[in-house]
Each structure stands twice: as C-alpha cells, then as structure tokens.
Design a protein around this ligand. Structure first.
Ligand code: NAP
Length: 305
C-alpha cells in the first residue's frame, strides 16, 4: 500500500502553487501533482504586469518558477505526474496517475480551466504574439493597434469594451447575427464609437510574419472570404474547466465548474477547490493565488481536526 499523504494538490498554476506554499509552511509537506501544464494559463502568458510585487513586470513562466521555488523551499514536493482517476468515496482519498496509486487525507483541486480555442491555423503559433485569451493581461500591448475580439457572449463584449482603452479600433467578430451578451452590455458596445460588429463571420486563419498581421475571415451567410488587417486577436469563446476527472464524485454546475462554499469546501468533506476550476468570473493569477491560500488554510484546519 502507498503511504498516506497529508495533503495532495492537483495542479501547479497560481492556485495550486500558492496552496503549496501555505500548506508547506504549515508543515503539511504537500505532494503537488503538476499535471499536463506546469504553471497553468499564466505560463502561456508573456509579460505579467499586474501581479503585485513586480513593478517592472515579469514573464508568466518566470512567475510560475518563482512560486515553485518558494513552495519547494518550505518542503512542498512537486511531481511531474497527472492524476487520471480519483476515488473520493472513502478516506483516505485514493488517486491514480499513470505511474501509480496515491492516498491522501485531504485534497486541493487546482486543475484550472482551459480557454476554448478556435482551432484555426495560426492560433497556436501566434499565442503571445498577437493571439490572446486575456484582455487584462495583454490589452496594454495593443495601444493604438487594430484589435479583433472573437465571440458573442458577455466575456467578448465586456473585454471588447475594456480593449477600447488601448486599440485604435476594436472589431467583434461573431459567428451568428444574434449575440448571447446581456442587453446592457450590448447597448454599451453598440453605442461605443471605437467598436464595430462583424456578424455572421468566422475567423478561418490567423496570418503574419512572426506576429499577427492579418486574419482570413469567412461569412457564414454568403461563404465569401476576405482578409483584414489585425494586430491583436482576443478570443473569448468560453472556457472548459478541467473537471472531467471528478464527474460523479463532486458537485458541479451544468458548465462543469466545481461547486464550493465560501471557504472553498467542495461537496466532499476534505476535498477543496481553488482557482478557475470553480471561479469562472475573476480568472486572474492573483485571485487564483488568493483562492489557493484560502484552500490551504481550510485544509490545514480540516487536518487538525
Ligand atoms: P459564453 O456565454 O458561453 O459565450 C461564448 C461565445 O463564444 C458565444 O457567443 C458563442 O457563440 C461563441 N463561440 C463558442 N464557440 C465558438 C467557436 N468555436 N467559434 C466561434 N465562436 C464560438 O461564454 P462567456 O462569454 O465566456 O461567458 C461565460 C459565463 O460568464 C456566462 O454565463 C456569462 O454570462 C458570464 N459572464 C458575465 C459577465 C458580465 O459582465 N455579466 C462577464 C463575463 C462573463 P454562439 O452564441 O453562437 O453559441
């Protein structure tokens, strides 16, 4: 039988790593399963300028590395494994990776969410070079530039309004002629002098030389294709929380986000959640870090009792 860990943390983005720092400093020696992408979404961001304490800004991967060093300094153990199966029906909880079986008295789930991708040529190649999934993170780099926002929901509309602070013009490209965004946001967008709506249109390809320069668009009504100039493409077509693994074991919303109480307890006592795996609203590195701190403090209290 494997040894029983006090605390297992799933995920090593800002939420998981902050939970690891707090738990390690409480002598819980947490075992952190890094999962498929160390650092989470922040590690795919280039310049991070809004994380307090770094007035000059720093690169996303560097921020993750600094958090890892800090967690390890206090005794957190990070392992490059992904948990693929869990059993939360008995204690200690059981977890399996491809490498083996683990047991833990408490678990913090910080597996995050993945921005939905368009899946068009050029999208992956230009991430951080014109393609972004976070206006708060990257809007600043598009001062006086041509910005295209993709999506027709609240996120697309709200972020398009935010991006008008920076862009020379902001065009919202949406695949239908009806929008999902709420009426108030729609009104504000339609009245904004810098925003143009491009309806019934999809992005077919993202083009450029080292950075985004043009988009190939297609009308879903006429099938006509054309190319348009763009420096930044902000994609807001929803997120997928990484919770597939917990289906049937933990309560979740219809969209798959874990349901937590205001102290981040999930529906199973001893299992906590932190970050975008439950929060589809704030989605910032600093808020996820805050949730990681809260979850670790609650896990510590749980283990004390
Ligand atoms: P959402 O409401 O699911 O909207 C996603 C949008 O992306 C939809 O317009 C959808 O088009 C489009 N889309 C999906 N897949 C696409 C694809 N493959 N290609 C092109 N377009 C695609 O997601 P969200 O805007 O991120 O909002 C998530 C939740 O947070 C919602 O409940 C929202 O109300 C809430 N929220 C609220 C606010 C606020 O200020 N009130 C702000 C942000 C988020 P279709 O419409 O054709 O399906």
């Amino acid at each position: 039988m494997s040894t029983v860990e006090k605390l297992a943390i799933l995920g090593a983005g800002p939420a998981g790593l902050t939970a690891a720092i707090y738990a390690a400093r409480a002598f819980l020696a947490p075992l952190v399963f890094v999962g498929p992408s160390f650092g989470g979404q922040i590690a795919t961001t280039t310049e991070v300028e809004n994380f307090p304490g770094f007035p000059e800004g720093l690169q996303g991967p560097e921020l993750s590395e600094r958090m890892r060093t800090q967690a390890e300094r206090f005794g957190a153990r990070l392992i490059e494994e992904t948990i693929t199966r869990v059993d939360f029906s008995r204690r200690p909880f059981h977890l399996w990776s491809e490498a083996g079986e683990y047991q833990a008295q408490a678990v913090i789930i910080a597996t995050g969410a993945t921005p939905r991708k368009l899946g068009v040529p050029g999208e992956d190649a230009f991430i951080g070079r014109g393609v972004s999934y976070c206006a708060t993170c990257d809007g600043f780099f598009f001062r006086d530039k041509e910005i295209v926002v993709v999506g027709g929901g609240d996120s697309a509309f709200q972020e398009a309004l935010f991006l008008t602070k920076f862009g020379r013009r902001v065009r919202i490209v949406h695949r239908r002629d009806q929008f999902r965004a709420g009426a108030t946001l729609q009104k504000r967008v339609m009245e904004h002098p810098k925003i143009e709506l491009v309806r019934s249109t999809v992005v077919e390809r993202i083009l450029g030389n080292g950075k985004v320069e043009r988009l190939e668009l297609r009308s879903t009504q006429t099938e006509q294709r054309w190319t348009t100039e763009a420096d930044g493409v902000f994609i807001f077509i929803g997120h997928e929380p990484n919770t597939q693994l917990f289906r049937g074991q933990l309560a979740m919303t219809d969209d798959g986000y874990l349901i937590v109480d205001n102290r981040l307890h999930t529906s199973v006592e001893g299992v906590f959640a932190a970050g975008e795996v439950h929060d589809n609203w704030f989605r910032q590195a600093i808020t996820s870090a805050g949730f990681g701190c809260m979850a670790a403090m609650e896990a510590e209290k749980f283990l004390d009792h």
